[in-house]
Design a protein. Structure first.
Length: 278
């Protein structure tokens, strides 16, 4: 009787020898506000950083490029087969989404506190049982009460637009002074911040002075349950990666060692998810 009981236990535990593991698709999502401070457009340091990270999806802020149009920049960042959406309407600091998978729907919602900027969103046909909705945002930097109003309005828009069982990632420059800010409390009523990205030294902050958590990738619960550690260049980051070129010797090409210090106000954050295939 021992052998049949052992087989039954293995079957119930899902560890029967020879049983195939469920296939997954690993995807990386980066939130990036890497425009140059002086021009408020993407220049070589920010471009090199994103080329080095090679993400599958970029939620981009300040999506400007003075050496060409938005398609030229998107192709420089992710190659000729990139799919992208950039908010329309002449925004001074537009948001957008870039993806290596097709974007099947996209749009924007007006920011209630900024006249010429919107919240950009895109629905991406990732491999797996359901789509991924990515929202790219840039909250105001100078008044906390306006960020609170933006967060409340944004959360309602997302709830109205997307089924909660779909995968949703809210990404962007939230301009927060700390993770105790009321804005994050509002957003984490529907999104997950339990996996906190950090650099090799454990610093989670992403502003130029490395003392404030400006930038976020926040998955909803359906997506968060598939979070896995980010593995990059021989290092493992359990909560995700905050990428600072100054901490890499040598930095991954084509990034250069001081790129993160070259007129940038932010560092990118990257999280990884292993999505089950059907």
């Amino acid at each position: 009787m021992v052998r049949p009981i052992l087989i039954l236990i293995l079957l119930l535990a899902g560890t029967c020898p020879g049983a195939p593991e469920r296939a997954t698709e690993t995807l990386t999502i980066v939130s990036a506000n890497l425009s140059a401070t002086a021009s408020q457009a993407y220049e070589e340091p920010g471009i090199r950083i994103l080329q080095a990270l090679k993400p599958d999806i970029i939620a981009i802020q300040e999506f400007n490029y003075k050496l060409g149009n938005s398609q030229d920049l998107a192709r420089r960042l992710m190659g000729p087969n990139v799919h992208f959406h950039r908010e329309k309407g002449g925004a001074r600091l537009p948001n957008g989404i870039l993806s290596r998978w097709p974007i099947v729907a996209s749009g924007q919602w007006p920011d209630p506190c900024v006249r010429n900027r919107s919240f950009a969103w895109a629905t991406i046909a990732i491999p797996g049982p359901r789509p991924l909705h990515v929202v790219s945002v840039h909250l105001v930097h100078n008044r906390s009460e306006r960020r609170i109003a933006e967060a409340r309005h944004l959360l309602q828009l997302i709830r109205d637009a997307f089924p909660p069982d779909d995968y949703i990632a809210l990404c962007g420059d939230l301009n927060l002074n700390s993770r105790q800010a009321e804005v994050l409390g509002i957003l984490t009523a529907w999104f997950d911040d339990s996996a906190v990205p950090a650099d090799q030294e454990g610093n989670p902050n992403t502003n130029a002075n490395r003392n404030r958590p400006y930038d976020f990738v926040l998955p909803n619960p359906a997506l968060a349950r598939h979070h896995v550690p980010t593995r990059f260049r021989g290092h493992t980051f359990p909560g995700g990666l905050v990428f600072d070129t100054r901490l890499w010797n040598p930095p991954p090409p084509p990034a250069e060692g001081d790129d993160s210090a070259r007129d940038l106000q932010h560092l990118p954050v990257m999280k990884t998810f292993a999505i089950p295939r059907p």
